[in-house]
Design a protein around this ligand. Structure first.
Ligand code: HEC
Ligand code: HEC
Length: 350
């Protein structure tokens, strides 16, 4: 469902999953008694019930576990780390999205095959399965479609599936696994499916913030709680919301000020944002609102990597997205909150 809301002179465009209104029903006195009893039991059992969100907040916990077939996840993991997916066997997906390091390379511009320099900052692959679309401009609808981007991009892996498949077919391990899992030879479609399954397994669950959302009052310190309150009261949460603390809408970079004029480095084609994909004037300078789940680990920031530290990223956001200057004490608390958002994954070191 899509709808928009005006706040001052900013128009927020949302894209949110539709929810059904609850039907009215009458359960009578015995029903209420049973419900109350159930409530008491559930309250008593809460500490051992991981999974049930208890706080009604605009940011929700990430799912505690993924729902993917572990054998496909393992095959996808192999492919994600396989340099044969690039033209000269020099670069894997993990080359630009190292999993131990937050799922991105920490560079302003990633290096593709032959050292080619990219045009936009690499986002993390963690939690990407929960985004409303892939890439900064949302040009790929889902993870499966996204994979063709880096494979074919001359500045990234610079190849084609026609060139990749024969290389993978020489590997008996791949032949065996594709045969078992897809009842087929190595195909581009099955390879994309496996890589996407693997990526959907990259959920950073059980962060301190999620534990707090699920009712553990001790999971956050005072600064982190105050930071979250400020994140809401300044209005950050109008754009960074949902389980991914972002990733569910497109917004203009510079909703309340001319970010690009003030940046002074000249416009690049990538700065046009979603306009590059839709060609619609109203999408110029619009970007997918990034997830803040791993923001504490994934400097530099923004599509143009214009900022290399979290406090300055928070200041830029306050100024250009909310039209506000923000004092250092508040910046520090919001940063403390953002540092409570990264959860765990066995591949991720923090
Ligand atoms: C040369 C570095 C490089 C390589 C290799 C690379 N990526 Fe990326 N990746 C990027 C950059 C840069 C972007 C952002 C591009 C854009 O938004 O236009 C990106 C975006 C993504 C996204 C979108 C995330 C989001 O928040 O929208 C996913 C998912 C992803 N890559 C997965 C992969 C997979 C899977 C592979 C291997 C098939 C791969 N990448 C190979 C650099 C790379
Ligand atoms: C009007 C919508 C909107 C509001 C309000 C907003 N943001 Fe953002 N945020 C965005 C968009 C869009 C981007 C990506 C901009 C770009 O890359 O050019 C972004 C990017 C970020 C990033 C960088 C993430 C990364 O991986 O590069 C951080 C950190 C961030 N926002 C924090 C905040 C904080 C803190 C606030 C409140 C002070 C806030 N945002 C308010 C829309 C918003």
């Amino acid at each position: 469902m899509h709808y928009s809301r005006k706040m001052g002179n900013v128009e927020f465009r949302y894209s949110i999953m539709e929810t059904q209104p609850l039907r009215k029903m009458s359960i009578g006195k015995p029903g209420w008694a049973a419900l109350c009893l159930l409530g008491v039991c559930l309250a008593a059992a809460r500490p051992v019930m991981a999974g049930a969100p208890v706080r009604d907040e605009p940011i929700q916990p990430l799912p505690s576990r993924h729902e993917q077939d572990e054998r496909k996840v393992a095959l996808g993991r192999m492919l994600f780390h396989d340099k044969r997916l690039s033209k000269d066997d020099s670069l894997s997906c993990a080359g630009c999205h190292p999993l131990a390091k937050g799922g991105m390379d920490g560079k302003a511009r990633s290096a593709g095959v032959g050292g080619a320099e990219g045009t936009i900052n690499a986002p993390t692959v963690y939690n990407a399965g929960l985004l409303l679309a892939q890439f900064w401009d949302g040009r790929a609808q889902d993870l499966e479609e996204q994979i063709n981007g880096p494979i074919k991009n001359p500045l990234e892996m610079a190849t084609t599936w026609e060139a990749i498949i024969p290389k993978l077919e020489l590997d008996p391990e791949y032949v065996r696994r594709f045969g078992e899992l897809y009842a087929s030879r190595v195909t581009a479609e099955a390879a994309r499916d496996a890589i996407a399954c693997f990526e959907r397994s990259l959920i950073t669950a059980d962060s301190p913030f999620d534990r707090w959302l699920r009712g553990d009052e001790t999971a956050l310190g005072a600064a982190e709680k105050e930071g979250y309150a400020l994140f809401k009261s300044y209005g950050c949460v109008a754009c960074h919301q949902g389980a991914n603390a972002g990733g569910n809408m497109f917004q203009r970079m510079g909703a309340m000020g001319d970010y690009f004029a003030d940046r002074k480095t000249g416009l690049t084609p990538a700065d046009q944002g979603r306009f590059n994909f839709t060609g619609r004037e109203e999408d110029r300078y619009y970007f997918k609102v990034p997830s803040l789940r791993l923001a504490a680990l994934t400097a530099p920031y923004f599509h143009d990597a214009s900022v290399d530290n979290l406090p300055d990223a928070i200041r830029v956001m306050a100024r250009y997205q909310l039209g506000r200057e923000i004092n250092d004490a508040h910046v520090e608390k919001i940063a403390a909150f953002l540092k409570a958002l990264p959860g765990k994954h066995q591949e991720l070191s923090q």
